[in-house]
Design a binder for this molecule. Structure first.
Ligand code: GUN
Ligand code: ZN
Length: 430
């Protein structure tokens, strides 16, 4: 029998790219006080009329319902070191991150960590993610198993790193290749799981290991490539030293066959015009991590140049360099990063980058990121305002963009009312 569910709320999603700074965008679809219809976990349509008794009904009227957020770059094991003081990227990795990732070599720690992580994503309204586990195979199995348990769409894969890291985190080319093949065959394309070849970043893989990753990316259709690029100026200088033949940092990945339409590159702050052209040509995209970039003092993303070059940009928390799992807070910080450069990012563009824009960049827009019929019902329901200040401001808003912008600037995970994965409520406040 068909499982029928109807949710009443103010429905908001996007039908296209709203552009960076256009407040009056036709790509915004807003249906206040409307019923979203869901059949067998997929969106079936919407109606203003109350559906009949053959529909399970949940009334969230007066609240905001959107597609669940997609966090395109976040590190599961780094929950343990979020908010660690005093270092920029490279010493921060050595001092805090590597010891924390060591703990995930134990299967029990990896499983606990993975379940805590996915519980917390849902508690922040994030229903899909592209995730760094650790170099350990058990950390990948733990994440995929936890994602099955949560019903969530997840992209992840064993971290590759075979030099300039502590021995306890170092793999090698042959062992890593065998692990990747085993994990791809076990998980890739099973249910909502997709595998990502995941070199940590160029400096910590030998050219042989990067070549191996590129070979597997080509051999297994639909796999992703997930890494970091051009985040920090010391990092960029280091890459230039150890890859003297490369034209740029990004070029290291290109030279090893690692750029295609399923490549997710976190940060992309210190790119040049040729890099941006290469990203556009290959269909690779940048996961923008504003709270991380501010916290580590890495720099400010030039979103205008990426947009003008035709490069996709999604939004990501990058915990534990990022300071929150909340994509709402991340939207607000993305606005500030553009404000520092004189750009007026709209709430529309920020939200698009965290929903449909991310789904498009991941080539998953038929499944996630919108309220379009046929999409999986991965949803989040939000209070328009939490607490007396936000409620006061909300009452004074005069048009939709003003209201949504105040929501994203003042809101956070406390606004979340419930989170749904494939039409099942997986998290509810209280
Ligand atoms: N570059 C290489 N590894 C990392 C990491 O764990 N976090 C961030 N922010 N950048 C990186
Ligand atoms: Zn990262």
């Amino acid at each position: 029998m068909t499982r029928r569910l109807a949710l009443r709320a103010d429905l908001l999603d996007f039908t296209g790219d709203p552009g960076l700074s256009t407040v009056d965008s036709p790509a915004v679809r807003f249906d206040p006080d409307c019923w979203l219809l869901i059949e067998d976990g997929r969106i079936a349509g919407r109606t203003r009329e109350q559906p009949g008794e053959d529909w399970d009904q949940r009334d969230f009227s007066g609240r905001l319902l959107m597609p669940g957020f997609i966090d395109t770059h976040v590190h599961c094991p780094q929950l343990d070191v979020i908010a660690s003081h005093g270092e920029a990227l490279l010493p921060w990795l050595e001092r805090y991150v590597f010891p924390a990732e060591h703990r995930f070599e134990e299967a029990a720690a990896a499983r606990d960590g993975a379940n805590r992580f996915l519980d917390l994503l849902l508690a922040h309204g994030t229903t899909s993610a592209v995730v760094f586990p650790t170099v350990h195979k058990v950390s990948v199995d733990a994440l995929f198993e936890a994602a099955v348990g949560h019903g969530m769409r997840l992209v992840t894969g064993k971290v590759l790193m075979n030099r300039f890291v502590p021995d306890y985190l170092s793999d090698d080319v042959e062992g890593a290749e065998a692990d990747c093949i085993e994990l791809i065959e076990r998980w890739h394309g099973k249910g909502r799981a997709a595998y990502a070849l995941t070199p940590r970043f160029a400096p910590t893989s030998t050219p042989e290991q990067l070549h191996m990753a590129g070979k597997l990316l080509a051999r297994y259709p639909g796999t992703y490539m997930h890494t970091h690029v051009a985040e920090n100026m010391d990092e960029v200088r280091w890459v230039a030293e150890i890859f003297p033949e490369a034209r740029s940092y990004l070029d290291v990945y290109a030279a090893h066959g690692l750029l295609n339409e399923r490549s997710v590159l976190a940060h992309g702050i210190w790119l040049d015009d040729a890099d941006r052209r290469l990203l556009a040509e290959t269909g690779a995209h940048v996961a923008h991590c504003p709270t991380s970039n501010l916290f580590l003092g890495s720099g400010l993303l030039d979103w205008v140049k990426l947009q003008d070059a035709g490069v996709g940009v999604s939004l990501a928390t990058d915990v534990g360099a990022g300071t929150t799992l909340s994509m709402v807070r991340t939207l607000a910080e993305a606005y500030k990063v553009q404000a520092l450069q004189g750009v007026k990012l709209t709430a529309w563009k920020a939200l698009y980058a965290a929903t449909l824009g991310a789904a498009r960049a991941l080539r998953l827009d038929s499944e996630i990121g919108s309220l379009e019929p046929g999409a999986t019902a991965d949803l989040a329901v939000w209070d328009w305002a939490h607490g007396p200040l936000a409620q006061h401001r909300d009452r004074l808003t005069r048009h939709l963009h003003e209201r949504v912008f105040a929501w994203m600037t003042l809101g956070d995970e406390r606004n979340l009312v419930s989170a749904w994965v494939a039409g099942t409520e997986r998290w509810a406040r209280g």
